[in-house]
Design a protein around this ligand. Sequence first.
Ligand code: NAD
Length: 165
Amino acid sequence: MAGGTSRLQASRTMVPMTTPILNGKVAVITGAAQGIGYACARVFVREGAKVLLVDFSGAEDEAAATLGPAAVPHHADVSREDEIEAMFAAALDKFGRVDAAIHVAGTQGGRSPEILRYMSAKAALQRAALPEEQAEVAAFLASDRASFVTATVIPVDGGWSARLA
Ligand SMILES: NC(=O)c1ccc[n+]([C@@H]2O[C@H](COP(=O)([O-])OP(=O)(O)OC[C@H]3O[C@@H](n4cnc5c(N)ncnc54)[C@H](O)[C@@H]3O)[C@@H](O)[C@H]2O)c1
């Protein structure tokens, strides 16, 4: 674009890329001792959020410790209703509010390297996601930058579902 400023350059000027997008927010993140949940906790803390880092594995204390004081560990089994209630009560008690609930707890099941290779080959990008690539979208959705996004589904699948269409 000769002599002009592209829309991308302009938006970068208006919103410095270094501005944390979750300053002042509080998130409850389940399944956060490892994998996608941990990546979410890491990205949320990086972006200025306070996080209740929830897991039932026993590794939640160690995981939270790697993220500093903004991450508070909480032991809960999210298949139990009473533990879910206690989890949100703990978040309110600790932080006074909850802005986002990110539910990642679950099990991947036994996927052999062959199945993973097969599934990755089906994606337009020809690979599996990094946990951080899921986490960055979750952070955006929890931020005020997504203030007009509601009740929608955003595939973060490297074009996997698009190629099935
Ligand atoms: N990794 C992938 O490619 C992929 C793809 C599609 C869907 N998923 C789904 O995303 C979720 C997370 O995947 P991941 O790869 O991060 O898994 P992971 O096994 O690495 O981590 C899951 C975490 O959830 C915790 N957890 C499981 N059940 C829990 C419960 N009842 N209460 C509290 N904590 C519990 C585990 O202890 C573990 O720390 C899973 O449900 C998985 O099926 C993953």
